[in-house]
Design a protein around this ligand. Sequence first.
Ligand code: ZN
Length: 431
Amino acid sequence: MKILLRGMVLPMTGADVFYRDGEIAIEGDRILSVGERGSAPAGFEPDRILDYPDDVFMPGLINTHTHAAMTLLRSYADDLPLMPWLETKVWPFEEKLTDEDIYWGTALALCEMIRSGTTTMLDMYASMDQVAEAALKAGTRAVISRGLIGNGPNGRKALAENIELIQRYHKAGEGRIRVMFGPHAPYTCSGDFLQEVKAEADRHGVGIHIHVAETQDEIKIIHDQYGKTPVEWLDGLGLFGGQVVAAHCVHLTEKDMEILASKGVAVAHNPESNMKLNSGTAPIPELRARGITVGLGTDGASSNNNLDLFGEMRSAAFQQKLKAGPTALPAYEVLEMATIGGAKALGLEEVGMLAPGFKADLISINLDQPHFYPRFSIPAHLVYSAHAGDVRTVIVDGKILMEERKLLTLDEKRICQEVEERAKRIEGELA
Ligand SMILES: [Zn+2]
C-alpha cells in the first residue's frame, strides 16, 4: 500500500526542521520521502491520500515503561501510601488475574495508546503470550518482557517463560514484536538470579528491562543489604553493558550517573507515576547532560491513571521546572524523549524519526482547535497544550490503525465491556 500524507510535518530530525506545507510518501512499511509539498518521488501513485492541512504529522510516541494489563486495576485503589497500596490492593487483585483477563486488559491499554498517539510500548507483566497476541491484533509495535520476581516462589518458572517468549515471539509480526528480559527490581531479585538473567540475555541477544532506584525505601534496602546504591550493585554484578532500560532512576548519586553514562544504560522516565506515588523527581536534565538516553513512560494505569503520553510530556516538563526553574527541559527536548529517545532506549533503530528508509510509524494531531491558536510554536503546542483526544491519525508499519479517531484493528466497545465485567468479577472474588 502506498500512502501520501499532506499537512504540517515535524520530523524530529532536528530542532529547526519543520515543514509548514509538507508531504510524506509511504510505500509498504517504510517512509519513502519527507519534505515540502511536491517532494514525493516522480511517478509515486498513492492508493490513499490523507490531506490534513491543519494537522501536524510527527513520529508515533514511544512508551518506554508500562504494565499494560494494569488497566484492569484503574481506579481500584488510589491515594494510598506505596506499601499498603501494593500489599492490600494491587497484589491480591493481581493474584486473581487469568490469562484471558490479561489479554483484555492489554487490549484496553492498546486502545488507549493508539487513541493517544502511542505506537510502541515496552511492557513488563505476566502471561506475556497474551500481551504479544493483543499487540499483534492491534498492529502496534511492542517490546515485551516477563516480569521476574527472582526472590518469589515462581522466579525460576518465570525465567523459563521469558526464554520461551523469545522463542515464540521475538521479531514476530514482521518484526513489530521484540522481547526483553524483565527482572523486576534490585530488591526482588538476588545477585545470582540477576547474573543468570544477564547470561540468558547475552545468549539470546536481547535486552533487559528493570525498575531501578525508584524510591528512597529501595535505596535504604539495597544499602542495608549490600552497602551500595542499586546502580552500583547492579553494575558490580555485571548487569549493564548490553541493551538495558532502567525504569525510574529517581534517586541517583553523581557516581550512579557516571556508571549509567559509561555503560550506555537507558532511562525510562515516568513523571506522573513518580508524583502520584510520591517517589520523587528524577534528575532528567542531569542525565541528558551526560549523554544518557532518556525515554518517557506512563508506568501502569493504576499509578497514573491514564496512558496518555501527551499528558506525560507536559508533566515531565512541569516537574523539572518546579524543581529547577522555568528554563529546565524545554519543549523540543521533551518531544525528543517521547520519540527518538524512546526508540534509542528500546534499541529500535528504524523508528522515532520521520526520514526516508525509516519505518512508517507516525501520527497526526489536529491543530484546528481553539487550544492551538495562535501557532507560534508547534513543539510548545504539542507539549504544553495537546492531549490524547487531539490525535486524528495513527499509522504503524505503514498500516493505518486509527483514521478520523476510529480504531480500525480493535473492537473497542467489546474490549471496554470485557474489562468492566472481568474487573468486577475479581472485585467480587476479593470481597
Ligand atoms: Zn513499573
